[in-house]
Design a protein around this ligand. Structure first.
Ligand code: ATP
Ligand code: MG
Length: 355
């Protein structure tokens, strides 16, 4: 590989973070932004050797596949809600803390919101209090715990312990595991626990009710704020703990949780259209194409909305695909034909209203 190509690729490697473990979380928190790629003109590209051109294109593809996190109105609103709930977490140890529930459809940026918020919180805590607790333990202000299908109470405890790098032995009972979780969270002074993909738990079934009760127990016992994330949690009776009818009113979860919805973008009012155009403008600026021009996405804002229904995950997929096509086809810009021609995620394709 030529040196030029090596430098481009090194600056633009893909980062395989495993956020569900403290080492991966730490790498994510401390990752530095990618080095900005210079955009070469067509004439400069013509002067590259075949290999150099291939490396340059590869580096651009990686760059395009990793757009910056945009401060969308949805993200700003969610930050505000979490900030307010966290503000009450300054209550003294014995008082109960509230929790935040990010409950929304798939692909709206739920995980992005929570992980970015938690990263900022981690960095802020380190800046103020340093990497070690007073007792000399590693400080871990955040624990990130993504669940998987059919998570049981034991599985949940194991997942939390996995984050802390404290593999529980096969013989540990539930009580042991809970005690270990409390130990880890307390000694690492963890203040924010993010439980992602909670929809994998079915709160109408016995296992789910157990998990729900356990989460309540942990919330009582731990001096930490919880962010729960999931799809359709209200429908899955997360809030009312499987209770039905009038009984649901007595749900503790519902009283303690602050719900934070995340909506798709809209274009039916001036303000919502403005937010959509701002998002497209930001995304447009990120693209490294020789013939890029301002407006190459914005000019097609309505069409892109129709294709993606305002779901940010579908939008980033679309932009990723069109910019890939712009590179491989030699177009070096984005046109209506390219947008029309790429295929994106199944949900977006199936939900498209006809033209
Ligand atoms: N604020 C943002 N700025 C830029 N891109 C974003 C933003 N939020 C989300 N995305 C993009 O959308 C994709 C999906 O986001 P994310 O995984 O956070 O959604 P989710 O709601 O957690 O989805 P799921 O329900 O499938 O877990 C991300 O990979 C990212 O590319
Ligand atoms: Mg997610």
């Amino acid at each position: 590989m030529s040196n030029l190509g090596a430098a481009w690729l090194q600056a633009n490697d893909t980062q395989p973070y495993q956020l569900s473990r403290k080492q991966g979380w730490d790498a994510f928190v401390n990752s530095i932004p990618r080095t900005e790629l210079e955009v070469l003109s067509r004439a400069q590209m013509d002067r590259l050797s075949e290999e150099e051109l291939a490396d340059y294109n590869e580096a651009r593809i990686v760059w395009h596949a990793n757009p910056p996190t945009v401060k969308t109105p949805q993200l700003a609103r969610a930050y505000q809600v979490i900030d307010e709930v966290m503000a009450s977490s300054r209550r003294d140890g014995s008082k109960l803390r509230g929790s935040v529930v990010i409950d929304a459809q798939p692909g709206l940026g739920k995980t992005t919101i929570a992980t970015r918020y938690a990263r900022d919180f981690h960095l802020r805590t380190y800046r103020r209090h340093g990497p070690l607790t007073e007792q000399g333990h590693q400080r871990l202000p955040v624990a990130f715990v993504p669940l998987s299908a059919g998570t049981t109470l034991k599985g949940l405890n194991e997942k939390i312990l996995e984050f802390f790098g404290h593999p529980a032995t096969g013989r540990a009972t539930r009580t042991d595991l809970t005690r270990l979780v409390v130990d880890c969270v307390t000694s690492c002074e963890t203040k924010l626990i993010v439980i992602d993909d909670l929809h994998f738990v079915d709160f109408r079934h016995r296992n789910g009710v157990e998990v729900s009760n356990h989460l309540k127990g942990l919330a009582n016992e731990l001096p930490a704020t919880f962010i729960y994330i999931g799809v359709n949690l209200a429908d899955k009776q997360f809030f009312d703990e499987g209770l039905i009818g009038e009984q649901a009113v007595y749900s503790q979860t519902s009283r303690r949780a602050t719900r934070c919805p995340v909506a798709p973008f809209q274009i039916n009012t001036d303000a919502s259209m403005r937010a959509w155009l701002e998002l497209l403008t930001t995304m447009e600026r990120h693209l490294k194409l020789a013939d890029a021009r301002p407006g190459m996405l914005v000019d097609h804002s309505k069409e892109i909305f129709r294709r993606t229904q305002g779901y940010i995950a579908s939008l980033t997929t679309l932009i990723d695909r069109v910019s890939y096509r712009a590179i491989t086809s030699g177009a070096e810009t984005i046109t209506k034909e390219i947008i029309d021609d790429v295929v994106i995620d199944n949900a977006a394709e199936l939900s498209q209203p006809s033209e």
